[in-house]
Design a protein around this ligand. Structure first.
Ligand code: PBG
Length: 332
């Protein structure tokens, strides 16, 4: 039978033969320094388990500082803050978003006081503060149809970013998808001498159903309508390249793709388009899928989580926002 099929010249399996060889030729790897941990918190003194995200907690301010310290001690360089704002503070113009005595600035100050070397990233968007639950300011016409005002929103986002910078944030992360916000925020920051505060911009943020559990965690779901006039259509890839070029030109320091796992092609495209660092966000729905598949022992949690994170890295992400950050450090 070897007359018909001669011995193969190339045997790629030789490079997979032993753990030593495999470790030598491995193209990508994960380390705690790749992770950014998103943290939820609120004004209450008690910690509350988040029903829509098993294993994730909404912390009191005090516990937030402790949790961030634990993450930092594991080698995680950065956290992102997601506040649950009290219903009574939500207004159409989201004034609370730039209150220097608000929950986020107080958290930033407490975090920087306790862990000066921890990189503190803040979310810049109006949905937790806005009585409409949208990332921007809502206008309704005579028929009650709503639209999200772009330029008016950008002004409020600049105030919010400045408020975070004054409190000591290292990086502000606009997640709102308004046009022109990166340049406007850069100018606002520089105008007040915050030239060292970076912008990690959500460049390709899709209108995804996988954000559902997050909105449960913060009670921040839109009261009316959806986010399709500002977040991107999951059908589009070229548009992500356009957003990348614009955000880079506007002065972003780092770009983000979100969600991550189902958008590996987008991560790869953004990676090819820019020389800036690229982050990817393994969102709440991805977390929930992995968590529930592992819950009854159906899949091996450690294995599927590390594989999902490695795939995001392989696609081109330098940094991964993941609710699994602490656990993954333990597994590595
Ligand atoms: C809102 C924001 C969202 C997430 C991060 N920032 C939700 C949304 O856009 O509706 C989602 C994160 C997740 O699902 O884990 N600006």
């Amino acid at each position: 039978m070897f007359d018909v099929h001669p011995l193969p010249m190339n045997r790629p399996r030789r490079n997979r033969r032993t753990p030593a060889i495999r470790s030598m030729i491995r193209e990508n790897s994960l380390s705690p320094a790749d992770f950014i941990l998103p943290l939820f918190f609120h004004e209450d003194a008690e910690d509350t388990p988040i029903a829509s995200m098993p294993g994730v907690t909404r912390w009191s301010l005090e516990s937030l500082v402790r949790e961030a310290g634990e993450a930092h001690a594991l080698g995680i360089p950065a956290i992102v803050l997601f506040p649950k704002i009290e219903e009574s503070l939500k207004t159409p113009f989201a004034e609370e978003a730039s209150n220097d005595l608000g929950l986020v600035p107080r958290a930033i100050r407490a975090l920087k006081a306790a862990h000066p070397k921890l990189c503190v990233i803040t979310d810049v968007a109006l949905d937790p503060y806005n009585s409409d639950g949208h990332d921007g300011i809502v206008q309704r016409n005579a028929h009650g149809e709503l639209s999200i005002l772009n330029d008016e929103t950008v002004e409020v986002l600049c105030q919010q970013a400045l408020c975070h910078a004054r409190a000591g944030a290292d990086i502000v992360a606009p997640s709102d998808m308004m046009d022109g916000r990166v340049a406007a925020i850069r100018e606002a920051l520089d105008g007040e001498d915050f030239t060292d505060v970076s912008i990690l911009c959500y460049t390709a943020k899709y209108a995804s159903a996988f954000y559902g559990p997050f909105r449960g965690a913060l009670d921040s779901a839109p009261k009316d309508g959806d986010k399709k006039t500002y977040q991107m259509d999951p059908a589009n890839a070229r548009e992500a390249v356009r957003e990348t070029l614009l955000d880079e030109a506007e002065g972003a320091d780092m770009l983000m793709v979100k969600p991550a796992g189902l958008y590996l092609d987008i991560i790869a495209k953004v990676r090819e388009t820019t020389t800036l660092p690229v982050a990817a966000y393994q969102v709440s729905g991805e977390y929930l899928m992995l968590k529930s598949a592992a819950a009854d022992g159906w899949l091996d949690e450690r294995a599927i989580v590390l594989e999902s994170l490695l795939a995001i890295k392989r696609a081109g992400a330098d940094m991964i926002l993941t609710y699994y950050a602490k656990q993954a450090c333990g597994w590595l």
